[in-house]
Structure formats: C-alpha cells, structure tokens
Ligand binder design. Structure first.
Ligand code: 3PG
Ligand code: MG
Length: 409
C-alpha cells in the first residue's frame, strides 16, 4: 500500500482544513436516495471537529461541464450533511473559490463546518489547473482527501491541491485503501474474484489483472454469455458481445497458463424477455432455447460458487451475477451474497465488494453490513482492480514523501 499521512500525522488544531469529499450521491427530486457516501464521510468531519479544526468540505456533483448549473448545486446536500454530523450547522458558500468562499470560510469558528459549491462549476477542476488549485488552497491550511471514490480523477481538488498544502488521507480513504490492500496486495489464500456485469469489453483489463492475482475467477452476469459463446455454447438470444469472442478465448487461455481456475455458469435462468415475472425457467447453460435469453445464474451454478467460496479465504467481488434489478433475476446474486455474508460472519472469509451495481444489489439483499468491506466507489474501485495507479492515491503518497518532518502532530 502506498504510504500516506493520516489524521494522526497532521496538526489540525485551530487550522482551516480543506476536506475533499465525494458528495456525488444519487438525488431524485431534491432528495438523497442513498446517503451512504455522506454517512461514511461523517466520522472524518467529526474527528476534525473534535481536534478543533475549521472544516471546509468540497466536492463535485454530477457533470456540469465547467459551468455553474443550478441543477447540479450542492446546496440540497447541506441538510443531509448536517443530519449526518449530529445536527451541527453547515454554512454554505455559493462559489467554491473567490470572495464568496473566502467570506464564508473567514466567518467559521473552531469546530464549525462549511460546504463549498460544486467544484465542477469551474473548468479548472477537471483540467487539474494549477491556478484553480491555488485558489482553493487560499481557503485552507491543511488538505484532507476522503474521496476514494473520486481518486481515479486527476482533477485539481484531488491531484494539484495535494501538493500545495500539508496533505493527509481522511478516515474513509484510509479504510478503503486498507480493505483493498488486504484483499489484493498480500491476501490470505486462496483468493476468489467474483466478477459480473453486462460486458466483457468494459472489464477486459480487470479480468486480465485478476487472472494474474487470484486463484479462482467466477464469472456471472451477461459477460459470462460472451465467454460461453466463445466456447461454442448455444446461448439463444442472450445479450452477448460476439465481436469479443477472440478476446474471451484469450482470457480463458491466460487463466489456464496462470493456473487460475475459472467458474462459468453451468446452468441459467432463462426467459423470452427481460420483464418482471415472465415465464422463466432453468436450463443447462449449453442448451438455451433459441428464443430465450440468459438472465441469471441457475441453482447448480450457485451451488458451485458456494462450494468454491467455502474453500476461499479472501473474496473480491465486482458486478452482479444476473439482471438483479428485475426480479426474479436477482436471486442468483442474492443467494451468493447470502453465502458470502455467512462465511464472513463465521470469520472464515475476508470479503470486499464494490462498484455501483454490486453495492445496490447487496443493499437490496440487506447484506451490506455483513461483508468485511463494501466500498463506496464505482469507477475508482474498478480501476484499482485493473491494477492501475489512482491519481488521488498517488498524490497523497507524493505529498507524504515530501512532507516536512516537523508537520506531525
Ligand atoms: C463516482 O460517483 O463514481 C465519482 O464521484 C466520480 O464521478 P465521475 O464519474 O463523474 O467523475
Ligand atoms: Mg461514475
């Protein structure tokens, strides 16, 4: 794991802390529909308050493309943020830099919190502009990054800013990196990667990297159809990337070479179309009727994955195993999730999961709290599983290398 400073290494008492958060949460009609990211951020804010800092929270929200756009204002996040930190006041600055931001920050007392307007209202954010980073740096004395889920973006508040102020990881960033490191860098073996989702094409790099790292790879979701197709199976009208067949065969060859066991669906839940409660049935995965499509893994496949999990000590999971938003095609994913939760609770398995759909599927099954760690990240989690360096993590590591020794608290 790259070495970085944490809240224990920097002195924040009486100082203005610029806290990069990821408040890019799902909002519908002005209401936050999943507050997980806000709740996971709260302990960092509370720790900073406790240490007597002034806390200035900054985040992006959506993709407003460098222009102010009321549809992407962070103002509706003030109330949920306030609620997450025990009802404390949260001041709001209608711009994240300049006089308005300076005025709000100057009015903060020790232990008080402000939220700045959407960073992406300025082009400089996504351009990683040094000028924009300097304008942000004027507002703080110390920088804390708690936005692991945005760490794959080399943006000004994530990359450039980390070099301008003493920098540290917040508690959520620390937890995310700790969990991912435990699962992939020096894991207890055997390690199993459970990978699902619609397309092989979007996960080629991930699958390649996983094959080199893990002992067993279990694949579900529509991407498994492409692998079955590449092996010459009859898969009917199933969603398939036929043009990926060569890549799929190369992946399977690589797995053989690397001694990585691959579990593909041996049976499947099929239906004529993806609608709730259509006439679905279970068939062998090489005998899908021509007018049917695979929409979930079948019970034999669940049993095979379950028994592989029983032999596993570390699990990394990304991607649902079926069309989980449309019941009954959520059942394969839910059954495997239940097994993962049981083994984790029995102390037999370290389980780490992430990615938007995976997190939603675990939440729908009510199992989020029963895995070892569920990441708040989507894209950043994927890039980590591809073995890529994340700019946000690299910036913290760089900052730690160049930190003046005297800065430790
Ligand atoms: C996310 O929700 O995945 C992060 O906040 C990053 O958002 P982005 O994909 O718009 O950069
Ligand atoms: Mg995204």
């Amino acid at each position: 794991m790259p070495r970085f400073q944490t809240l224990d290494d920097i002195d924040v008492r009486g100082r203005r802390v610029l806290l990069r958060a990821d408040l890019n949460v799902p909002v519908k009609d002005g209401i936050v529909t999943d507050a997980t990211r806000i709740e996971r951020l709260a302990p960092t804010i509370e720790a900073l308050i406790e240490k007597g800092a002034k806390v200035i929270v900054m985040s992006h929200f959506g993709r407003p493309d460098g222009r102010p756009d009321p549809a992407y204002s962070l103002r509706p996040l003030v109330a949920p943020l306030r609620q997450a930190i025990g009802g404390r006041e949260v001041a709001f600055a209608a711009d994240c830099i300049g006089d308005e931001a300076k005025r709000v920050v100057a009015a903060l007392q020790l232990g008080q919190v402000a939220l700045l307007e959407n960073l992406r209202f300025h082009k400089g954010e996504e351009e990683n502009s040094p000028d924009f980073a300097r304008a942000l740096a004027e507002l703080g004395d110390v920088y804390v990054d708690d936005a692991f889920s945005a760490a794959h973006r080399a943006h000004a508040s994530i990359a450039a800013l980390a070099h301008l102020l003493p920098a540290a990881a917040g508690k959520l960033m620390e937890a995310e990196l700790g969990a991912l490191t435990a699962a992939l860098e020096n894991p207890a073996r055997p390690v199993l990667a459970l990978v699902g989702g619609a397309k092989v094409s979007t996960k080629l790099d991930l699958l390649r990297f996983m094959i080199g790292k893990v002992d067993c790879l279990a694949i579900g979701g529509a991407m498994a159809n492409t692998l079955l197709f590449a092996k010459g199976k009859e898969i009917g009208r199933s969603l398939t990337e036929r043009n990926m067949a060569d890549d799929a065969r190369r992946l399977l060859a690589l797995a053989r070479e690397r001694n990585c066991r691959v579990i593909l669906p041996e049976d499947a839940v099929v239906a004529p179309e993806l609608t709730p409660r259509t006439g679905s049935r279970i068939v062998a995965s090489d005998a899908v009727p021509g007018d049917m499509m695979i929409l979930d893994i079948g019970p034999k496949t669940v049993a095979r994955i379950d028994s592989a999990l029983e032999q596993t000590r570390t699990l990394v999971w990304n991607g649902p195993l079926g069309a989980f938003e449309t019941p009954p095609f959520d059942q394969g994913t839910a059954a495997v999730a239940k097994k993962v939760a049981e083994l984790t609770q029995a102390g037999k398995l370290l389980s780490v999961a992430g990615g938007g759909d995976t997190v939603a599927a675990l939440a729908a099954a009510g199992l989020t709290e029963r895995l070892s760690y569920v990441s708040t990240a989507g894209g950043a989690f994927l890039e980590w599983l591809e073995g890529r360096e994340l700019p946000g993590v690299a910036a913290l590591a760089d900052a730690a290398r160049t930190a003046p020794k005297g800065d430790a608290a």
